[in-house]
Design a protein around this ligand. Sequence first.
Ligand SMILES: Cc1cc2nc3c(=O)[nH]c(=O)nc-3n(C[C@H](O)[C@H](O)[C@H](O)COP(=O)(O)OP(=O)(O)OC[C@H]3O[C@@H](n4cnc5c(N)ncnc54)[C@H](O)[C@@H]3O)c2cc1C
Length: 375
Amino acid sequence: MNSYDVIVIGVGGMGSSACYHLSKRGYRVLGLEQFNLGHHFGSSHGETRMIRRAYFEHSNYIPLLNRAYELWKDLETESKQSIFIPCGLVIYADPKTSAVYQGTLKSAQKYKIELKKWDRPTAIKKFPIYLPAENQRALFEPEAGLLHVERAVLTHTSVAKQFGAQILENVKVLDYEILNSCVKVRTNQGVFEAAKLVVTSGPWSGALLKELGLPLKLHRLYQHWFKASPKHRLENAVPCFAFHSDEDFYYGFPMLDGKTIKIASHFSRETLLNPSEKDALVIPEEKIDAVRNFIKKSLPLVTTDLDRISSCIYTMTPDEHFIIDTHPEINSLVFAAGFSGHGFKFSSVTGEILADLTLEGKTKYPIDFLSLKRF
Ligand SMILES: Cc1cc2nc3c(=O)[nH]c(=O)nc-3n(C[C@H](O)[C@H](O)[C@H](O)COP(=O)(O)OP(=O)(O)OC[C@H]3O[C@@H](n4cnc5c(N)ncnc54)[C@H](O)[C@@H]3O)c2cc1C
C-alpha cells in the first residue's frame, strides 16, 4: 500500500495547481491523472486562455483574480517559464444592450481597474485589425491577456514534482472509500492511501462525486485556428479581442505561430451526456460557417481558411459560478468543479484555496458564493 498525506484526483487545470500548492507546503502529495498531462480530452487544452480582471460575470470574483494574477507571476518566477502574456483585451459591444459591456464597466469602476472607453472611430484607429459594428463601442483592459494553457498545467506539475509531489499519468481512479482515519483510492493500477482527498476531475466530476448529485451539465465548444495576416502577430502589440452581441459572443487571441489566430464562440455549443462523446461526435459544418461569417464582418485581415479545430468541454453549473467546497459530510474530502467555461484564469488561486481547505479546513479567500449549499 502506497501512503500519502493528500491524493489529488485529476491533474488538469485545477488539480495541477492543487498538487503545486500542497507540495509547496511540505505535504506528501500524489496526483493521479487518467491521461497524459496536458491532454486534449477535457477542458485545459488549445494553447491559450484569456485572463482579465474587470469581471462582467460578477465582481465577487475580483479578490480571487487579484490573487490569481500574483500566483501566475510567482509560478513564472519559480519555473522561469513564460505563462502569462499581458497583451491586453479589447471588448466590442453595444453599451446600451450588452451585459458584458455593462458588467465589465461596473466591475472596473467598483475595483478601480484600468479600463479605457473608446467610441467606434477611436477603437478602429487603435486596432485597425478589428472592425466593430456601427452600434458597437470598445472597452480596453491593458492588464488583461492570455495564459499558455498546457504550459501552465505542465509547469504547475513540474514545480510540484520539485517540491516532492508524485504525479502518475495514465492512472484512472475507479472509486474511493472514506474510512475513519484515511481514504483509500482504487485505480486501474492499484490502491493508494492518504489522510485527505482532493477531487479536481473537471468534466468527470459528476461521476466521481456521484453521491453529491452535483448539478453539472457538459457542453462541447470549439476552438478554431484560421489563417491570418502577420499584422495579427503578438509582437505587433496586438491584444486579445471579444465581440459581444445578442446573437453571439466571439473571442480570439493574437497570432502565436506566425500563420493563424485562434477564434472561438462562447455561445455555440452542444450538450454532451459524458466526456467521451466530445471526440466521438462530428462537428457540424454550419458551426464553422458561422465563424466564417463573423470573420467576414469583423476581422478584415483574417481569411476564412480553417487550419485546424479542437473541441473542448465546459462543465456548467445552473448559475454559471464555480463550486469549491468541502464535502458536506466528509471533511477529509474537498473538491472544485463546475468551472462553467471561465475557470482557467483562476486555477492558480483555486489550487491555493483547495490546499487551505484540505490542510486548515478554511480559507481566507471570500468563496461563500461558490459553496455547494447554494443549490
Ligand atoms: C473552449 C474553451 C475555452 C475556454 N476559455 C477560457 C478562457 O479564456 N479563460 C478561462 O479562464 N477559462 C476558459 N475556459 C474554461 C477553463 O478552461 C476550464 O474552466 C478549466 O480548464 C477547467 O479545469 P478543470 O481542472 O476543472 O478540468 P480539466 O482541466 O479537464 O481537468 C480534469 C482532469 O481530471 C482528470 N480525471 C477525471 N477523472 C479522472 C479519473 N477517474 N482518474 C484520473 N483522472 C481523472 C481528467 O483526465 C482531467 O485531466 C475555457 C474552456 C473551454 C472548453
